[in-house]
Design a protein around this ligand. Sequence first.
Ligand code: UFG
Length: 341
Amino acid sequence: MSKKILVTGGLGFIGSHTVVELQNEGFEAVIVDNLSNSSEKVLDGIFAITGKRPIFEKFDLRDKQKVQNFFEKHKDVAGVIHFAASKAVNESVEEPLLYYENNLGVLTYILQELVKKDKSNFIFSSSCTVYGQADEMPITENAPVKPAESPYGNTKQVGEEVIKDTCKVNAQLAAIALRYFNPIGAHPSAEIGELPIGVPQNLVPYITQTGAGLREQLSVFGDDYPTTDGTCIRDYIHVVDLAKAHVAAMKRLVEGKNDSNYEVFNLGTGKGSSVLEVIKSFEKVSGAKLNYKIAPRREGDVIQAYADTKKANNILGWKAQSTLDEAMASAWTWEKKIRNI
Ligand code: UFG
């Protein structure tokens, strides 16, 4: 049976780590990426870790003809892991059509090709953003989906619906939506990691860039939330753990072990950490003090979000292994490497 997996956005942060884990498990990854938020150099990092250079095709998946041509050429693709998407919440508010085209238009092009096949397997990058401010912690997969706060969040909700509706009428298509909590860290080899363009919006790259001297000071957005120390709580998951969950999900589909042809799993550690705890962890693993100040709340932030991971633990047979300190240490090692510190 073919072990060829198309990884869209496979040179990005989560995509590249997943390509490594796929190759480690004997899959053959074929990457499609338009390099809009990544670099071809990532291929060297993947090669350095695995000793294998995946096939790479550079094109924009918004070109429907090219998507069709790809599937014509690679008839033996056994599954698709679809990372390629835009992910900046603020930008999505400014450029909604870009987000709907990139995140939903492309999704329909890929699914249109997959439903032509006798059997196909599809994994979708969803987000805990679909839960909004959930009423109960930890958040199970049965928690209601709340109205999206941004076009980005909406593309994840609607994306799930698009896949679910398509699966309903295409029994030969099997899909899993993975709802990520907060992915952080880098490969322990420091050969691949996160490469945010411009000023990072996310906490951990902002912290490591401040530690590296690229940013002067971190702003902690709000310390008057109803949490133990007043700062927001999130579930920070090491990107290597997250990558391994994709391999577990793909194996489940390829081996036909899925219970239905559309399934949803939370991917988190199950442990919530406050912004101040993340800063403390950084200071511990780096041995340096971080320059930060308390700033006003950021619009759209939920107070707390952490995963109930039982479904992924029991059904996917996967569990996050790394601690927050380990993830922060890997993020810091990576930052130092790319800044030559
Ligand atoms: N934070 C700061 N200062 C910063 C950046 C972030 O205090 O400079 C705080 C935020 O207020 C929040 C926490 O750090 O409390 C985490 O913020 P991130 O931006 O790292 O992550 P979010 O939880 O806001 O966002 C993540 C993903 C989004 C996704 C969202 C769903 O980045 O793509 O989860 O909740 F939509």
